[in-house]
Design a protein around this ligand. Structure first.
Ligand code: ZN
Length: 195
């Protein structure tokens, strides 16, 4: 398990196991939302303050843990020497944060590349929006609230950045080096609901 390229993604998921205490990541703004052109209202924090033409796809992960949230994963990623939380968004399961709560990471606010899906050329980190759902979906499916939030978020991102549903991927689907986000994660259904 020391092969550098292949294993990073797995380690990233497992990094969630590391303990954390302090809340350092910015939670999605509750209550405030932006609406324009009659489009469905989304939390203001989802709309980044700066423009970017970087985004071409979306990569879905699970944490492979029962507990977690942006702060815990941020701490775990820093403990491995990374600069900060590798994902752009984290969707809670009622452990560290509310079930279905969408946390927005600093990488999204700053429109920075992700650190969640290593591959040759690093395409998925450079151009992929990384979303992690808390939970282990090899053991059971995501909650209804998580699926609802994920669908809303992915739909918003696909429309905003002209990302086709066929460019919504799973971590294992692109690297073939991990089962992330687990056998119970339904990518087909997500893609259908985004179209
Ligand atoms: Zn993953």
């Amino acid at each position: 398990m020391r092969q550098p390229l292949a294993v990073v993604g797995v380690r990233l998921c497992v990094g969630a196991l590391l303990l954390a205490a302090a809340v350092t990541a910015t939670p999605a703004a509750a209550g405030s939302s932006s609406r324009r052109n009659g489009a469905p209202s989304v939390p203001r924090a989802w709309v980044p303050p700066v423009k970017s033409d970087r985004w071409e796809c979306i990569v879905i992960h699970h944490s492979a843990t029962d507990f977690g949230g942006a702060a815990r994963f941020d701490k775990g990623h820093r403990a491995k020497g990374w600069d900060e939380l590798g994902y752009h968004f984290v969707i809670g399961n009622g452990s560290d944060t509310r079930d279905g709560q969408v946390e927005v990471g600093p990488r999204w606010t700053e429109q920075r590349h992700g650190a969640h899906c290593r591959s040759p050329e690093d395409y998925y980190n450079e151009h992929g929006i990384g979303i992690c759902l808390v939970g282990n979906f090899d053991e059971g499916p995501p909650s209804a609230a998580q699926v609802q939030s994920l669908t809303k978020l992915v739909r918003f991102l696909c429309r905003k950045y002209d990302i086709p549903a066929s460019h919504v991927y799973t971590h294992g689907g692109v690297t073939h080096q991990t089962r992330c986000p687990g056998k119970n994660f339904d990518l087909k259904s997500l893609r259908r609901s985004v179209r």
